[in-house]
Design a protein around this ligand. Structure first.
Ligand SMILES: *Cc1c(COP(=O)(O)O)cnc(C)c1O
Length: 340
């Protein structure tokens, strides 16, 4: 790990806030230059969000010390570059097509981003990913189920990467709730250089709240905590997420409903003459190959229906990425497509 972390981060003495120096209960707090009035918003929030993490720990069966919470998954994605990748010197390897933020954060941090295409059917070839790595590769980015293709990457291929690459392997599981097969959270203790990302933005219905999760070894989480803004998760988010976790059953009902709708939407799409292929999805969207993605996209915009045009994305020519909506929304889409 010492060889993977940037030297300045290894040597970093993190900012010590008042809430770090004194932990515990007291009756008079005069240590943080807060206003004594306007409770509870006058006080700085818990910098390590232990209450939320303890609840996440219970539902995910991961120790609270192995969890980092961020302003969406975007925050841990950026922090991974800042912790491990020396600008202009190190590189990362990612699959293509995949989520755009890995590449954007590489550019922001001035780190070389090496893109390895998936096979035509979006399956992963571990040997190609491994072949793209060299002594300066710090991170391999995987996303499973993958965005925008929607498929789960094969476990045995990911294992080849975990077993043969000596750097950090990130598996972004933003859509894991929609996939019945497996999560890599169960393998965290087996692979000390594995980071798993999940989020409250999709299945939990909390995209506006901005709360993402990174799961890793205590050592890696320690580096996240050193580098992140001290109070990165505000008290409103901490309280709301904590309350939402108490309603996990509701999330499970939503997922069930969306999975049913996903099957129905796929079936309806497959019956349309303008649809050439609906790719198998383990997520809450369907990558759909159509006869004319640009024309259909613009037509739908005219009807007030917005899907994602992925036509210019690698391996996604003439593809639209369609999020599964409510029954009514999906039917509105299908009716419009029938009239195209
Ligand atoms: C939507 C999505 C996320 C979620 O990002 P947040 O910043 O947590 O909202 C992360 N990864 C992938 C691949 C996504 O598609």
């Amino acid at each position: 790990m010492k060889n993977l972390v940037r030297k300045n981060i290894l040597a970093l003495k993190p900012y010590s806030c008042a809430r770090d120096e004194f932990k515990g209960e007291a009756s008079v707090y005069l240590d943080a230059n807060e206003n004594p009035l306007n409770a509870p918003y006058n006080r700085y929030p818990d910098p390590l969000q232990w209450e939320v993490k303890n609840k996440i720990s219970k539902i995910k069966r991961v120790a609270p010390e192995q969890i980092m919470l961020g302003n969406g998954s975007d925050e841990p994605i950026d922090l991974i570059y800042r912790i491990f990748c020396e600008p202009k010197e190190d590189n990362v390897v990612a699959i293509a097509p995949t989520y755009g933020m890995y590449g954007v954060c590489a550019d922001i941090n001035n780190v070389e981003y090496r893109s390895v295409p998936l096979n035509e059917d979006f399956t992963l070839d571990a040997s190609k990913v491994l072949a793209a790595t060299d002594a300066h590769t710090k991170v391999v980015w995987l996303c499973s189920p993958n965005n925008p293709s929607g498929n789960l990457l094969k476990k045995s291929e990911i294992e080849k990467i975990l077993n043969n690459f000596n750097g950090i392997v990130v598996i972004d599981e933003a859509y894991v709730d929609f996939s019945s097969e497996y999560s890599w959270l169960n393998s965290l203790n087996k692979y000390p250089r594995l980071i798993v990302l999940q989020t409250f933005s999709k299945a939990w219905g909390l995209a506006a709240v901005r709360c993402g999760m990174a799961f890793a070894s205590e050592e890696i989480i320690g580096f996240f905590n050193k580098v992140k803004y001290p109070y990165n998760i505000n008290i409103l988010t901490q309280r709301l997420v904590s309350e939402e976790i108490d309603q996990e059953d509701r999330k499970k009902e939503w997922v069930e409903m969306l999975l049913k709708q996903r099957a129905m939407l796929a079936e309806m799409l497959n019956q349309l003459p303008i649809v050439e292929k609906v790719y198998k999805s383990d997520a809450n969207f369907l990558l759909t190959k159509v006869t004319d993605a640009n024309g259909i996209y613009n037509y739908l915009v005219g009807k007030g229906i917005i899907v994602r045009n992925r036509n210019t994305v690698q391996l996604c020519g003439n593809c639209l990425r369609i999020t599964v909506g409510t029954k009514e929304e999906n039917e509105t889409l299908i009716d419009a497509l029938k009239a195209y």
